[in-house]
Ligand binder design. Structure first.
Ligand code: GLN
Length: 483
């Protein structure tokens, strides 16, 4: 039963082959048995899950239908869940039980999804390896000595290991697409504003976006359908109609113009990944797509711009965790300053502290113009590059990451080398565009992803292309040995 996709589960439940309660019990047992190897969950909510599963079975017995009704999922542990710990992977929020549900959580619960628990993540979503969590590193099911990618690494490892069919993630600079690539999943970062950020603990508010991680594009369509939509409680949510993603997966790719940016095949790219990307291009050509080389000339500035803007917003967002309004409080403070200082020094790990310092520096009176404002200008240039490209092509294609999953600990002494792993993903966040990563082969037994980018609100086009690709390839069906 654990091999089933969301689409297959929906059919099985509709045909009464099994109940949501049976499925939920099977998966909870599997998690208890296998997750100690992976560390992909921070909190399991067994009782709540069984309650939700029984309620979903009752709704189906009453004639209700729906692709998510009774489907087991899990939430990255930065989506607020009422009465359940929402830790953000941090000691700072180790004892925080959210008093309300995030919009994404509430919407999926209303659609009948069964939440099994909260998944591990890099602390405050800062990282590309899921090593910065207060709850320990997550392991990649494809090779337990390697990272699963981050920051949604718990969601990715759990889905890749068939502990559950799909999970939510968030993507500020690649944190859905990059772990999807490194664990052989399909992951989609929607257009900025497509999915509500209300109740999604902020890292960098102008870049953060929630989205689905699953094994297939078909399943991403199902989960995204349950997450997307206008939310008056999020001032950056966009009131744009949500299409029926599942109904639009079968469009023909004949004549689809795919742009391949030369900058995506830069020096740092593992040549074996480049080859797999070229193979995926050939596959799409066979399906009728037309390939064109394009240029995104400002891409080289993306990493420096992102690593100014994201820390700047983080330093502002994280100021609320001061031991008074939110978060861990130190023992026996001498005075208020001591309370702030020690609470924050004890509550935040080293990567989060590094980002807060960088961000506060970039925003300070003397350096605001030199760093923050410059970075915002670069951001506009990057967006303009994409707009120009999308005048000529329907979709952009390239690698998701320059390298396959690295060994746990390999980049610990050099944070910048980890930042460089985001080179192909962060441009979409800077421009607010939707992006998807899909499985495209293996290097040394480790999965490799291909990334697709589309114009604003064209998530449906990404899912359509990925689904057609998946009908003609079988990379996404491979599962890691031992899981
Ligand atoms: N790796 C990037 C960072 O550390 C992106 C993280 C994310 O998308 N949440 O900022």
């Amino acid at each position: 039963m654990h091999q089933l996709t969301l689409a297959e589960i929906a059919r099985g439940l509709a045909d009464k082959k099994f109940s949501s309660e049976e499925l939920t019990k099977t998966l909870l047992a599997r998690i208890a048995q296998l997750d100690p190897q992976l560390n992909s969950f921070i909190t399991l909510t067994e009782d709540l899950a069984l309650e939700q599963a029984k309620a979903a079975d009752a709704r189906r017995a009453n004639g209700e239908t729906g692709a998510l009704l009774g489907a087991p999922i899990a939430h990255k542990d930065l989506f607020c869940t009422q009465g359940v710990r929402t830790s953000c992977g941090s000691k700072m929020l180790d004892n925080f039980k959210a008093p309300y549900d995030a919009t994404v959580v509430a919407k999926l619960a209303a659609a009948g999804a069964v939440s099994l628990g909260k998944t591990n993540m890099d602390e405050f979503a800062m990282g590309s390896a899921n090593e910065s969590s207060y709850y320990g590193a997550v392991k990649n099911p494809w090779n337990l000595e390697h990272v699963p990618g981050g920051s949604s690494g718990g969601s990715a490892a759990a889905v890749a290991a068939r502990l559950l069919p799909a999970a939510t993630g968030t993507d500020t600079g690649g944190s859905i697409r990059q772990p999807a690539a490194l664990t052989n999943l399909t992951g989609l970062k929607p257009t900025y504003g497509r999915v509500s950020r209300w109740g999604m603990i902020a890292y960098a508010s102008s870049l953060d976006q929630g989205g689905p991680l699953a094994r297939t594009a078909e399943d991403c369509a199902i989960l995204l359908q349950g997450m997307a939509g206008f939310d008056p409680q999020d001032s950056t949510s966009i009131d744009e109609p949500v299409p029926d993603f599942s109904a639009n997966l079968n469009g023909s790719l004949k004549g689809l113009r795919i742009g391949v940016p030369s900058e995506f095949f830069s020096e740092g790219l593992d040549p074996r990944i480049a080859e797999l990307v070229h193979n995926s291009i050939k596959e799409l050509e066979k399906l009728g797509a037309v390939i064109k080389t394009i240029s995104l000339p400002n891409m080289q500035h993306a990493i420096p711009a992102y690593y100014v803007i994201a820390p700047a917003e983080a330093s502002s967002n994280l100021s609320r965790f001061d031991g008074v309004r939110f978060g861990h409080r130190c023992e026996d403070p001498k005075d208020l300053t001591d309370l702030y200082k020690r609470s924050r020094a004890e509550g935040f790990g080293p990567e989060v502290q590094r980002r807060i310092l960088v961000g506060a520096y970039a925003l300070s009176a003397g350096y605001y113009d030199a760093y923050y404002l410059q970075a915002q200008k670069i951001r506009r240039l990057i967006k303009n590059d994409f707009m120009a490209a999308f005048n000529e092509v329907d979709i952009i294609l390239g690698p998701t990451t320059p390298n396959p999953a690295w060994k746990i600990g390999a980049k610990n002494s050099d944070p910048v080398s980890a930042y460089l792993e985001d080179v192909y993903t962060i441009t979409a966040n800077l421009a607010g565009l939707p992006g998807l990563s899909m499985p495209a082969g293996f290097v040394d037994g480790l999965p490799v992803g291909v990334q697709l980018l589309a114009p604003y609100f064209q998530e449906g086009r990404l899912l359509n292309v990925a689904h057609q690709y998946q009908l003609n390839t079988d990379w996404h069906t491979r599962s890691p040995a031992g899981f």
